[in-house]
Write a protein that binds this ligand. Structure first.
Ligand code: APR
Ligand code: ZN
Length: 236
């Protein structure tokens, strides 16, 4: 993807639309048949004939300029996510800062999982300086409550979740930098869209066990990030 302009990246996932439907573009809320309401920098040079595109897999249509503007607003990793149905094109990555993910099995059972041991995941991210992919590039970010310890049952499904979390970590999707909804602090490391259980024997925060739906919820959340067992081939 080196050398690909945002417009080239976006076009890779689009089919041509000769006659735009009489609908609005849901990115800019202007008619698809008219010009894009979004005129950001660096989106010029798009001819009228290619001003609307259809995302190849889900079929949703947008102004090309609107998709390019949306892409430029993200972390420009070569992937695109349909803003309507969340279908992912390419491999989605996040802006998780550098750090470490470790795990091991501990010989205790979680509430609700009496028949197996427990996987403990330890995430450690130090504070640092925000990169261009973060909300305030060049400004420091804090990192509270690390190392953060998380727990999964050491069952077949728990181990599957762990495998997918390792992929999510590599794709920088477990944490992000932003404003904590718990503390209100900005420019800090926060959980991204994948829930973790951070309490072991109790459930005082709501982020503990028992929670019979937890593993299935996490699998759904991982899927929304483009991470499923099918593409999760054995690691070397
Ligand atoms: N454990 C697990 N998940 C949590 C926790 C927690 N203690 N608190 C919040 N979350 C979930 C929220 O439900 C939400 O979905 O993380 C998501 C983002 O919430 P924020 O409050 O923005 O995230 P963050 O600031 O990272 O978390 C707050 O979690 O692990 C602790 O030490 C951490 O005290 C901090 C707390
Ligand atoms: Zn538009």
């Amino acid at each position: 993807r080196k050398g690909k302009t945002p417009e080239e990246v976006v076009k890779r996932y689009l089919q041509k639309v000769r006659n735009p439907p009489e609908e609005d573009c849901t990115i800019c809320m202007e008619a698809l048949a008219g010009p894009s309401g979004y005129k950001g920098p660096g989106v010029g040079g798009i001819s009228r004939a290619e001003s609307v595109g259809r995302l190849a897999q889900c079929g949703h249509q947008y102004h090309l300029q609107c998709l390019v503007a949306m892409y430029n607003n993200g972390n420009k990793d070569g992937s695109l996510q349909c803003p309507t149905c969340k279908t992912i094109y390419g491999v989605k990555t996040g802006n998780q800062p550098p750090g470490k993910m470790e795990y091991h099995v501990i010989p205790h059972s979680l509430p609700g999982h009496p028949d197996c041991k427990t996987i403990r995941i330890i995430y450690n991210i130090p504070p640092g300086i925000q990169g261009p992919e973060h909300p305030s590039p060049g400004k420091p970010f804090t990192a509270r409550g690390f190392p953060r310890h998380c727990y999964l049952p050491d069952s077949e499904k728990g181990r599957k979740v762990l495998r997918l979390l390792l992929v999510a970590w590599d794709r920088r999707l477990i944490f992000s930098v932003g404003t904590s909804s718990t503390t209100g602090e900005s420019d800090t490391v926060i959980w991204n869209e994948v829930h973790h259980k951070t309490e072991f024997g109790s459930n005082l925060t709501g982020h503990g066990y028992p929670d019979p739906g937890h593993l299935d919820n996490v699998l759904e959340e991982l899927k929304a990030q483009g991470i499923t067992e099918e593409e999760c081939l054995p690691r070397d």
